[in-house]
Structure formats: structure tokens, C-alpha cells
Design a protein around this ligand. Structure first.
Ligand SMILES: Nc1ncnc2c1ncn2[C@@H]1O[C@H](COP(=O)(O)OP(=O)(O)OP(=O)(O)O)[C@@H](O)[C@H]1O
Length: 452
């Protein structure tokens, strides 16, 4: 090779490197699909046998192999005997590691998914246990086991944590559908109250519960819905959103009265549906359809705590009414968002039944494993581990589980109180008066205010 050739080669190498750097810098998405992902696939295939063996996923198979007989292993004796031992290559059956069969990796925006065939005797839990080891071996942020089918699992590798910075996604305006943040897979986190009607929003103090409530209020504010609040912290949480609230209860007495209204309204809606032969309000003709009601409850434990015996009746009444709202609400468009640090059976009878009705679960960072258990206990145990691993420095990160049993790491988008207040004020003209809301099922005109 002449000097000129070497020079040209060097220039070419520099040009390719700079080109790749610029491609990655200015168009990371196409760079990932065009270069990053194929390179990763090659690496994953080449290293899979070792990775599987290292993570305890390979199993031993007896295979015919050429072996060297009588080769001393090591040490001085080995050197001495090597001269006299005849090395004979011969076929014999030996134990070899066999990795589970890897399917074709498919790219995602932040990583890849790859399907695996379970070896005999393996269960998906073996892969869940090995997920952290695989993530380190593949040098990725996380590996999750998803989409479990008989004899197969899918591993989902994510290169970096998409939840470090969550940006706002514009709302589509679909009724009762909000996008309060992002999921770990980079997709929008969607809360659709028509699919999952009631939600439990739990977590330790400063974990991001109120921020999620802000995000939901901000997203619901421009929609034709009535929002009511229960805030037994003296109204400090929800009073700033009062312009967009049709009703706000801040004392136990007000809570009882508001719950009575809600139960009566549910009964009216039930009667209306019955008289029109409809199973739920969505089957009613549109002009007759009552306005959906979103019930926001802050620190639910306050509703169940009693200072003395005189409050017992009120607490029992509250619990029963809340349970009725939860049980009947789905069909009659009354939806609950229950926030709290704890919602355990220690709060009294009825709480466990209420919790069972809240099929949407959001578990923020927790201080004690019981809270994660209470919120996600009936879900996949891996979801519990993930909830316990949420660090304090990432408020808003949570584990979300819907009724399909699947769970995701997610983070709500940051919505300051000022932004939520501004949204509530800006949409105040959409706030239906409580009197018209609770009478809406009895009239043909729900009294819905129109834009000014
Ligand atoms: N998604 C998020 N992104 C960035 N910061 C967040 C996010 N969610 C919450 N925070 C910040 O974390 C802090 C605590 O949040 P928040 O008030 O929502 O917690 P909380 O669980 O409601 O606490 P408490 O129970 O004490 O009221 C706030 O300063 C808030 O700005």
C-alpha cells in the first residue's frame, strides 16, 4: 500500500465516522433503524449462547463432539506428561450448553422485542428472574418479559429510560380519554374511562399523586364532563380548580351530602336507561345521554378515619355510598379517581371492597412494601418489585396496571398547579351547575353549557 492509498483510506474512514456521527446526531431515529439496530441484532445473536448460559437459561444437552483424550489439564505434571501422552481425537458424547432458541428481533423506537421458545421445564418466571442479568449483558436500560404465550415469551429491551424527560402529547379530544404521560415503551399513557372506569392513584408523600391529578384535570377540563372533588384536607388541593368543578366537598358533612346526590343521580340514570331499554347510558339516544361525571377524591383515608364514635355512622354511610358509586358508575358514566397514601383494610370494612372495584391502578413510589401490595397485590409480582424500585428522585414515575393485567412503568407529564389552575379557569364556561347535573337524567335537555 502506497502512502497515497493509506492517506485516502484514512480520509475515507474519517469521512464515514463523521457521517455516522452526524446521522446519529441529526436524525437519531433513522440512524437507529438503519445502523444501530442491525448492529445490535448481530451482537445479540453472537453472544446469546454465552448470555443464556451466564443467566442460567441454557440447559445441558448431550451431543456428539470430537474430544481430545488424556490431555493433562495444567501444571508441571501436565508439561511432563504431554510428551508421552498420545493425543487421540475421538467422537464421544459430552454435555454442552444449549441456549433457548431466539426468534427474529424486531425494532421498537427505543430498543427491540425478541421472541424466545422456552426450553423444556422452563417457565416465564425464569426469564423474569434473569431479566436484569440480560439487560446488563446487552448493555441496555432494562429488559422486560412481555406477551407470555404457551411455550414462548417475548423479551422487550429498552436502550434508555424514556421516563427521564416526559413531554406533553396533544390531547385528541376523545370523550373521557386522557393522556397524562408516557409509558416506558415510549408510547402515550392513555387513561380511557370508558374502558377502565375507576382508578386508584396511590403513593408515598411527594411521589407525584397530585401532579397526576393535575394532569388529568387539565386534560379533562376542555371536555364536556362534570368534575366533582372530595378534599378533606380542607379543600387546599382542589379549591384552585373550583372554576371547573361542579361541586366540591371539603368537610365530612359535605362529603355525605355529595355522595347522597351521586347515588340518587345513579338511581335516576338507572331508571332512565331502564325506561329506554338501554343497558348503559352509552346506548341511550344522544340527546338523552346524561353528562359523564368524574369524581376526584384526594386522600381517601380521611373519608374513613374517625376521631370518635360519634363519627362512626357517617363513616359507614360514606363507605357504603362510595362503594355503590363504584359498583354502578361504570354503566352510568360516573367515574372515580381515588388518591391516597394508603388504602388498606386497616381503614375499615368496605375499603377492600372499594379497592376491588378500582380496576385501574397507579402505584407511585412507596415507603413500605404493603402499600405496593395493596395497590398492585393482585397483579404480576414483577409489578410489585418494579414499584418498590422507583427512586425518590423521579417523582411522577409510577407503575400503571389496567384491567387486562398488563402493567407498565410510566411517568406523568409535569403539570404545575398554575397550569392546571389556568386550564380550569380557561374552561370554566364548560362547568355545568351541580343542580343541572343531578337533574340531567330526568330531563331531555342535560343543560349543557355551550362555548361563549
Ligand atoms: N411527573 C413529574 N415530573 C416532574 N416533577 C414531578 C412530577 N410529578 C411530581 N413532580 C414533583 O414532585 C413533587 C411532589 O409531587 P406531588 O405534590 O404531586 O406529590 P404528592 O404525592 O401529591 O405529595 P403529597 O402526598 O405530599 O401531596 C412536586 O414538587 C412536583 O413538582
Amino acid at each position: 500500500m502506497t502512502n497515497l492509498d493509506a492517506y485516502l483510506l484514512l480520509v475515507l474512514l474519517v469521512a464515514v465516522t463523521v457521517g455516522l456521527w452526524a446521522w446519529r446526531r441529526w436524525h437519531p431515529v433513522s440512524f437507529w433503524y438503519g445502523v444501530g439496530f442491525p448492529a445490535r441484532v448481530v451482537l445479540v445473536y453472537l453472544t446469546w449462547s454465552n448470555v443464556a448460559a451466564g443467566c442460567g437459561l441454557a440447559h445441558k444437552r448431550r451431543r456428539w463432539r470430537f474430544t481430545l483424550d488424556a490431555v493433562p489439564l495444567a501444571g508441571a505434571a501436565a508439561r511432563n506428561t504431554v510428551a508421552v501422552v498420545q493425543h487421540k481425537r475421538r467422537m464421544s458424547r459430552v454435555d454442552v450448553d444449549k441456549a433457548p432458541r431466539l426468534g427474529l428481533p424486531r425494532p421498537t423506537r427505543l430498543g427491540w422485542r425478541v421472541r424466545l421458545r422456552l426450553s423444556d421445564g422452563q417457565v416465564p418466571a425464569d426469564y423474569e428472574k434473569a431479566a436484569e442479568g440480560i439487560a446488563h449483558a446487552w448493555r441496555v436500560h432494562s429488559v422486560r418479559v412481555v406477551d407470555v404465550r404457551p411455550g414462548r415469551v417475548t423479551l422487550w429491551a429498552t436502550m434508555r429510560d424514556p421516563l427521564t424527560e416526559v413531554t406533553v402529547t396533544p390531547e385528541t379530544g376523545d370523550l373521557l380519554k386522557v393522556r397524562p404521560g408516557k409509558l416506558e415503551n415510549g408510547q402515550d399513557w392513555i387513561i380511557d374511562f370508558r374502558v377502565v372506569p375507576h382508578w386508584l392513584n396511590a403513593g408515598a408523600t411527594q411521589s407525584g399523586k397530585s401532579n397526576l391529578a393535575n394532569a388529568i384535570i387539565k386534560a379533562l377540563a376542555p371536555q364536556p364532563v362534570a368534575i366533582v372533588g372530595f378534599d378533606l384536607k380542607g379543600g387546599v388541593e382542589f379549591t384552585p380548580y373550583a372554576p371547573r368543578l361542579s361541586a366540591l366537598a371539603t368537610t365530612r358533612k359535605e362529603c355525605c351530602a355529595l355522595l347522597d346526590d351521586l347515588v340518587r343521580e345513579l338511581e335516576d340514570r338507572m331508571a332512565l336507561c331502564r325506561s329506554h331499554g338501554a343497558r348503559n347510558v352509552w346506548k341511550l339516544p344522544e340527546p338523552l345521554r346524561p353528562v359523564p361525571i368524574i369524581v376526584l377524591i384526594d386522600e381517601v383515608a380521611e373519608l374513613f378515619l374517625m376521631a370518635d364514635k360519634s363519627e362512626k355512622d357517617e363513616v359507614v354511610r360514606t363507605g357504603t355510598a362510595l362503594l355503590r358509586v363504584a359498583q354502578l358508575g361504570r354503566a352510568f358514566a360516573v367515574h372515580l379517581i381515588v388518591c391516597g397514601q394508603r388504602i388498606g383494610s386497616d381503614l375499615g370494612p368496605g375499603v377492600t371492597a372499594l379497592r376491588a372495584q378500582l380496576s385501574g391502578r397507579v402505584c407511585h413510589r412507596v415507603n413500605d412494601p404493603e402499600t405496593a401490595n395493596m395497590t398492585l397485590g393482585d397483579m404480576d409480582p414483577a409489578a410489585l418489585d418494579a414499584a418498590r424500585a422507583i427512586p425518590a428522585e423521579t417523582p411522577g414515575v409510577c407503575i400503571v396496571a389496567g384491567q387486562d393485567g398488563a402493567w407498565y412503568r410510566a411517568r406523568s407529564v409535569y403539570v404545575s398547579e398554575e397550569a392546571a389552575e389556568a386550564a380550569a379557569l380557561g374552561c370554566a364556561y364548560l362547568t355545568p351547575a351541580w343542580d343541572t347535573v343531578i337533574g340531567s337524567a330526568l330531563t331531555t335537555d342535560p343543560g349543557w353549557p355551550t362555548a361563549a
